[in-house]
Design a protein around this ligand. Structure first.
Ligand code: PRT
Ligand code: ZN
Length: 300
């Protein structure tokens, strides 16, 4: 692995909403790194993996052009660039490998308070301001609607008050920005979250091997975040009822308890969050000594 070209390059956002969680994910996959003097690249110390820190808008292009083998960006940016690239060349520019559990938001229409516009159907012949012109045009085409898309690179929400548009289509998370700008949220056209992209180009086997290992570790990290290890004592007679209450679990391990014929210990990995309500239901079904533990690592 001394050959530079055999090192895997992963592009992530340099500074923004996805940066911290993307770096955290790579660290949880076992990557230790040192940042270069320009802070644009982080060199993997213990794996042949280097991290390029760039603007999120550049990530899909870097993966399409095979400058990077993998990239992490919001589905909103990825889909916008995908549609744009497809207009230039009718071949899928990259593969979307997996959705991650952060960066959640939605791309939605919003209409000025007090405007007669209520739904997408009212947008025919109107002007829509957005930073996602390809996604919006594609959506309008599929709805058989003809409207003018006005491209804004930022501050989309002020376009209606500036008289530049009749409605907007922008990312929404809590909705507070819309309210502050006297806009009413309408239809969502894309549910977004951070995703992993992979180059469409065939890579040499030794590189493919490390890419697969990294993606398998990502899989493990995601599963662990959602998983809990539950332990409890259960009356033998209530075992079937208790097993049915366990969320997203495989067959539980049932162990004898010394000196007790009526009770058993039940251990199980639940691949979903375990809420207080579930514990209360288990208790009501006869379970006692309930313990919920986080899972550290998992390899299926
Ligand atoms: O410099 P660079 O180009 O890399 O960063 P950027 O400014 O383009 O992106 P950044 O860091 O703001 O966001 C990165 C990614 O985070 C986005 O592409 C989305 O995938 C995701 N994300 C999640 C969001 C939001 N939530 C979000 N709320 N991106 C932007 N917003 C903005 C939105 O545009 C609006 O202005 O937040 C405002 C709305 O928020 P609420 O909570 O008021 O609804
Ligand atoms: Zn950006």
């Amino acid at each position: 692995m001394s050959d530079k070209t055999a090192r895997i390059k992963v592009a992530i956002q340099k500074s923004g909403r996805l940066t911290e969680q993307s770096l955290d994910l790579l660290q949880r996959c076992g990557l230790k790194y040192t940042k270069g003097p320009d802070q644009l690249i982080a060199f993997g110390e213990n794996m042949p993996v280097d991290v390029l820190l760039v603007r999120d808008d550049d990530i899909p292009g870097l993966v399409r052009d095979d400058v990077c083998d993998l990239g992490i960006a919001g589905l909103n940016i990825v889909e916008e660039k995908r549609l744009h690239f497809l207009e230039q060349e009718p071949a899928e520019p990259f593969r979307i490998i997996r959705a991650l559990d952060y960066g959640q938001c939605r791309l939605a229409f919003a209409y000025p308070d007090g405007s007669p516009l209520r739904t997408v159907a009212d947008l025919a012949g109107r002007r829509i301001a957005t930073s996602y012109p390809s996604i919006v045009r594609d959506y309008l085409r599929r709805q058989n609607l003809s409207a003018t898309v006005v491209e804004f690179s930022g501050a989309v929400e002020i376009a209606p008050s500036l008289g530049r548009a009749d409605a907007i289509c922008d990312l929404v998370s809590t909705g507070a920005t819309l309210v502050a700008n006297k806009l009413r949220e309408g239809e969502t056209i894309l549910e977004s979250r951070a995703v992993i992209l992979q180059t469409p180009v065939e890579v040499p086997p030794e590189k493919a091997d490390w890419i697969n290992r990294l993606l398998q570790r990502v899989e493990g990290v995601m599963q662990v975040r959602e998983s809990k290890y539950i332990m409890m004592h259960a009356p033998k007679a209530a075992l079937a009822k208790i097993a049915a209450l366990l969320p997203g679990s495989e067959a539980p391990t049932v162990l004898p308890l010394d000196g007790r014929d009526d009770l058993v210990a039940v251990h199980v990995v639940c691949r979903e969050n375990v809420f207080w309500e579930t514990l209360e239901s288990l208790k009501a079904a006869g379970a006692t000594s309930l313990l919920v533990l986080p899972v550290e690592k998992m390899l299926a």
